[in-house]
Design a protein around this ligand. Sequence first.
Ligand SMILES: Nc1ncnc2c1ncn2[C@@H]1O[C@H](COP(=O)(O)OP(=O)(O)OP(=O)(O)O)[C@@H](O)[C@H]1O
Ligand SMILES: [Mg+2]
Length: 253
Amino acid sequence: MIALTDVSQTFLGRTGAVEALRGMDLQVDNGEFVAVVGRSGCGKSTLLRLIAGLLTPTSGRILVDGTPVVGPRRDIAMMFQRPALLPWRSVLHNVMLPVEIFGWRRSEHRQTALRLLEMVGLTGFQKRLPHELSGGMQQRVALCRALIQRPRLLLMDEPFSALDALTREELSVELQRIHMELRTTMVFVTHSIDEAVLLADRVVVMSQRPGQVRKVVEVDIPRPRSLGYNAHLEEVARTSAHLHELLMEPITA
Ligand SMILES: Nc1ncnc2c1ncn2[C@@H]1O[C@H](COP(=O)(O)OP(=O)(O)OP(=O)(O)O)[C@@H](O)[C@H]1O
Ligand SMILES: [Mg+2]
């Protein structure tokens, strides 16, 4: 599904060059949920922007579904830390935005939009404006907006990090359900070990800048998973501890 080969990214700024990624290799399978964790500044957002075609790598090759990524694509959707909804448009019209951008028939997609809103528990809110919703509800709308384009790949850059802990957990559980239902390939950047363990089939732990794959941790816990009492508490704790150690290891030059 995704194949990165020897991808490097160096930014040339006013104060000199910043090497964000160096020789990154990564494979993601169809339908897989991959979480990406790593210290601040290690290049996680850069990695997602490269896969999304929002940036061109300095060197290396990125294939999604067998074809090189040369710019934004309809089969790849992206979600950011902030929902970035258009404040003057209703919930429904925000979800419908990609339909308009891609010039698809509105009448055909209206039902899909309403069904997506239902799936995330927002039935009855379609006429509201973004400012009338809580942060968690706004992020749900952003998720629907990403899903309406039926992406084969959904890239998420810390999508829940601006939310309070409980809303965050609630949305992670919902995302897990959506992933189980739709089987969309997902790459999810997070600072939360809990989220990674709840959601991911594999967790990619990145090294300090310049970012590289430091370790890939398989999460072999049956789904649906939960952070509360469940039959796999021990595996959840062990995986969390392992990730914690990898992330907290002292920085060596
Ligand atoms: N457009 C840019 N121009 C110059 N430098 C950049 C640019 N974008 C990112 N960088 C630099 O590249 C490095 C990696 O940035 P990136 O945003 O990918 O990190 P991150 O892992 O997402 O961090 P965080 O966890 O804080 O979000 C940083 O040193 C950053 O300053
Ligand atoms: Mg980032």
